[in-house]
Write a protein that binds this ligand. Structure first.
Ligand SMILES: [Cu+2]
Length: 102
């Protein structure tokens, strides 16, 4: 019984450590732009796109698509694979951003 309790405590601590290592990074969408337009993150980070405009936007890449993000809403994804992810908004051809995952 005691060792079981100890094991679950250690497990909880390890989970906490793994959780703490991955960061959450935010990209604002405002004024028909991604801010910042270019963002470098670490593999495992969760990226949140927050739409602060009055119109919907998307975050679209050949390997992922947020679909429409309503005003005031946000969309997030965890990126584990390193690489450059140039993305765009399907609704506004001039909107481009780049996510770089190290
Ligand atoms: Cu847009």
């Amino acid at each position: 019984m005691k060792s079981c309790l100890l094991a679950s405590l250690i497990f909880a601590m390890l989970c906490g450590m793994v959780e703490a290592e991955a960061a959450i990074q935010t990209v604002a969408i405002e004024g028909m732009r991604y801010v910042p337009e270019r963002l470098t993150v670490q593999s495992g980070d969760r990226i949140v796109w927050k739409n602060q405009d009055l119109v919907p936007h998307t975050v679209t890449h050949e390997t992922f698509d947020s679909q429409q993000i309503a005003p005031e809403a946000s969309w997030s994804m965890v990126f584990r694979k390193s690489g450059n992810y140039p993305y765009r908004c399907k609704l506004h051809p001039g909107m481009h951003g780049t996510l770089i995952v190290r």
